[in-house]
Unconditional design. Structure first.
Ligand SMILES: [Zn+2]
Length: 478
């Protein structure tokens, strides 16, 4: 009886006398439960400092919380902040400012966390990570691999070069000492056996690990060594080849060259083999980051004219110059090579639904940054999600890849990956329902980053500032 009375009293008052104070509240919003892929209408979400403090039916939350700022969310949709799990910063020390200017582009696009997969400015990026965390630099939460491990004299700069097991041990000790968020390993000159050794040592040191798997190793060997995620579809594709072990051995022994290996992979891809390999990935909790956007963009450079892309206005001249590498490579291709590239992209994209069906967690990541032509930081994530749906995921699955997969990979679902009390106040308010049309992730009305609300005008301000900076750099170049 007493409870009923209290309930009636509370219902009669807009805000209960004992209401707690929140910094912000979004009312009457349709909340997207990204774990279940369902929409929950007429909810209210309140946050205080960097934490979500209340989520529930609008009337109940509004009664219990008095907020300094109230946002009308009627007709709008709320999702957790987006994660781009594969980005890069780099291009040399002279491009530090141009790289720094990319940070705001992520936030303006609803991305509240990025995973930096290493470039040639590892110390700079680790410094930014700290500045962003302390609030002295504006940007999305930044997680970084620091310097990646490579072989001796690799094509990449800013790496930890390893030529022996002792070198690997020292490199892993260094990574632990600087406090990287995970370890990235690439293989331009790295010995394939040392790659496997490095993966296992990183795991033994308690670090997650990802990288480019040497073609001499099988994907199963990398999985057994303990790799935590596979970047780029090419490796998942190779895992689906019937004779992968023989091909890897032939390539290692020099019996076949790289073009022959590629041809054999195309010829040997087998759906049953692939499904067995992908079920193995799922069982061992190895996630896959397809990075379809960059594969598609580079495969179709012959056909797509990017010279008028509006996003170019956000990319500094030095970074734009790093695009030339891929553009020139594409321009020198023969018609047969161009056709092969188009077909190859379709082959890669076609395995996306197989991975999903096998239970592999698919991670949204773009490979945006430097070198990767027309793969625009911030904007590209929405393109990636669009490709995920085009090639067979549901919009809900695509949304989960950009909100749940990242936190799951880092073991941070207690703090991220949902809109719920106790979670970080990283939120994106959309004008349209992303479960109906994934392109709705671009219809951003507001971003809340660690409790700081940025409305549409503030987001447009970030974009305008970025364009102004780039325009000034362009002018200085001329
Ligand atoms: Zn990359």
């Amino acid at each position: 009886m007493k409870r009923v009375l209290l309930g009636l009293l509370a219902a009669a008052l807009p805000v209960a006398a004992h209401a707690a104070t929140a910094d912000g509240i979004i009312r009457h919003v349709t909340l997207i439960d990204v774990a279940q892929g369902r929409a929950l209408p007429n909810r209210a979400v309140a946050w205080r400092g960097g934490d979500v403090v209340a989520v529930g039916p609008d009337a109940a939350v509004a009664r219990a919380w008095r907020a300094k700022r109230s946002v009308e969310g009627k007709g709008k949709f709320l999702i957790p902040g987006l994660w781009d799990m594969h980005v890069h910063f780099g291009g040399g020390p002279e491009l530090i400012e141009e790289n720094k200017a990319l940070l705001a582009l992520y936030v303006a696009n609803g991305i509240t966390t990025i995973r930096d997969c290493s470039g040639d400015l590892p110390d700079q990026v680790l410094a930014w990570r700290g500045e962003i965390a302390r609030g002295t630099l504006f940007g999305p939460r930044l997680l970084s691999s620091g310097a990646k491990l490579e072989g001796i004299k690799p094509i990449w700069k800013g790496t930890l070069e390893v030529g022996s097991k002792a070198d690997v041990d020292a490199a892993i000790a260094h990574e632990r000492q600087v406090g990287v968020d995970f370890v990235k390993i690439t293989d331009s000159t790295l010995d394939p056996r040392l790659f496997l050794y490095a993966v296992s040592k990183a795991r033994q040191a308690g670090l997650r690990v990802s990288g480019h798997i040497p073609m001499q190793d099988t994907i199963a060997e990398a999985v057994d060594a303990g790799i935590s995620s596979i970047e780029h579809m090419d490796y998942a594709y190779k895992a689906g080849v019937k004779d992968e072990a023989r091909l890897s051995a032939d390539f290692a022994a020099g019996r076949i060259d790289r073009p022959k290996l590629s041809a054999e992979i195309d010829a040997g891809f087998d759906r049953e083999t692939a499904m067995a390999a992908y079920r193995n990935l799922a069982a061992k909790h190895v996630f896959v980051t397809p990075t379809l956007t960059i594969s598609r963009t580079t495969a179709f450079l012959d056909r797509d004219d990017h010279s008028h892309d509006p996003e170019l206005a956000y990319i500094g001249p030095g970074l734009r110059k790093t695009y030339d590498w891929r553009i020139q490579r594409a321009a020198s291709a023969t018609p047969a090579e161009v056709a092969a590239r188009h077909a190859h992209f379709e082959h890669l994209a076609a395995i996306l639904p197989l991975l999903q069906k096998a239970g592999v967690t698919i991670i949204a990541g773009t490979d945006a940054g430097f070198l990767n032509s027309f793969d625009y930081p911030g904007f590209a994530l929405h393109q990636e999600l669009g490709l995920f749906v085009k090639y067979g995921l549901t919009p809900g699955q695509a949304l989960a890849s950009a909100t749940r997969a990242g936190p799951a990979w880092f073991g941070q679902l207690d703090r991220y990956g949902a809109v719920a009390p106790g979670k970080s106040a990283d939120l994106v308010l959309l004008d349209r329902n992303p479960l109906q049309d994934i392109a709705a992730t671009k219809a951003i009305r507001m971003v809340v980053l660690k409790g700081k609300a940025l409305d549409r005008a503030a987001l447009d301000g970030l974009l305008a500032d970025a364009r102004t900076k780039v325009a000034a750099w362009n002018k200085a170049q001329r």
